[in-house]
Design a protein around this ligand. Structure first.
Ligand code: SF4
Length: 311
């Protein structure tokens, strides 16, 4: 599958600029984002496989205090490394063995220099395509697109893959989105979006791709790790934001018109119809954000609270 087969909802360059600008402002601070030392990054990527970042931070710092470079790790007995891993509750202790084996291999086969290209990195024990591209990106700015659960969720929704006839693979979309020569920033940015905004219960109001995203258009937030429609409470929060946005001109809007504005599948008598919309709008009214009234012909109209509209 080539770039021409991936039907992006907006030009790749626009999506790239929007996400990178967002990332520069909103990125979380982690110590491994302050370094390009390939050994420190390899350790971090192996540690963070299947382990929460909050638990990795302390262990990563302690590991680098004890083994500051590839030579010191390679010269240590493997059982000492496994004991460290276990005592820091990192889980999956086999990763400690792989990391030690990788250190020995790098010292013996690459003279202690961690290879820069993903294909060579993948030859190391315990290093798959994701870790290889992550290390190549974050250490050398020379990786391909990383495709983890977060990235799959983001691109799946951006293209509304569940509703596409012949969806591309997640990897193909990630490849097309990757700006050439910017893998360090880009891979960090798209994973950050998935980890903090485009989560299982997405917070689309904070997303730089809201105007382009097909899932946002349809309200269908399914993804590979979110196989059914997101929890009602989560979707509801999205629609609260959309309703308020639809009323920001200050003009009152009839209930059904509002429904059709905020979701394409609005059907007054359907599952997500008038009853559903009244529930969301009444919640907003209880919160003092909107006001409801009936016009002369008995139609419910909604307006932003204190919009100054004079009926
Ligand atoms: S608009 Fe929402 S669903 Fe779409 S990418 Fe952003 S957070 Fe995810």
């Amino acid at each position: 599958m080539t770039a021409a087969d991936v039907d992006l909802p907006a030009p790749a360059s626009d999506l790239q600029d929007q996400l990178v600008d967002w990332y520069e402002i909103h990125k979380r601070s982690f110590p491994w984002r302050e370094t390009t030392d390939p050994f420190a990054i390899l350790v971090m990527e192996v540690m963070s496989q299947q382990t929460q970042l909050s638990r990795v931070e302390e262990a990563w710092t302690a590991f680098l205090d004890r083994w500051p470079d590839i030579h010191s790790l390679a010269a240590t007995r493997v059982d000492v490394v496994i004991a460290f891993w276990s005592s820091h509750r990192l889980g999956y202790n086999r990763r400690a063995r792989y990391l030690h084996e990788a250190a020995v291999q790098i010292v013996e086969a690459w003279d202690g220099e961690i290879p820069e290209d993903p294909a060579s990195l993948e030859e190391l024990p315990g290093v798959g395509p994701y870790t290889a591209n992550a290390v190549a990106s974050f250490a050398f700015n020379a990786g391909g697109a990383v495709v983890d659960t977060n990235v799959k969720r983001v691109v799946h929704r951006l293209l509304a893959m569940d509703t596409a006839d012949e969806p591309p693979t997640h990897g193909a979309v990630a490849d097309v989105l990757l700006p050439p020569g910017r893998s360090r920033t880009w891979n960090n940015a798209i994973m950050e979006l998935g980890a903090t905004v485009c989560t299982a219960d997405p917070n689309c109001e904070e997303c730089p791709w809201q105007d382009s995203c097909r899932a946002y258009d349809t309200g269908d937030f399914r993804a590979p790790d979110v196989p059914t429609q997101a929890a009602f409470a989560g979707s509801r929060r999205q629609y609260r934001g959309r309703i308020v946005r639809a009323l920001t001109s200050g003009e009152p809007v009839a209930l059904d018109t509002l429904g059709r504005t905020v979701r394409v599948d609005y059907d007054p008598a359907g599952e997500f119809g008038r009853d559903w919309l009244c529930g969301v709008v009444n919640d907003l009214a209880d919160d003092g954000l909107v006001e409801l009234e009936e016009n002369d012909v008995g139609t419910t109209i909604v307006r932003l609270a204190s919009s100054g509209y004079d009926s």
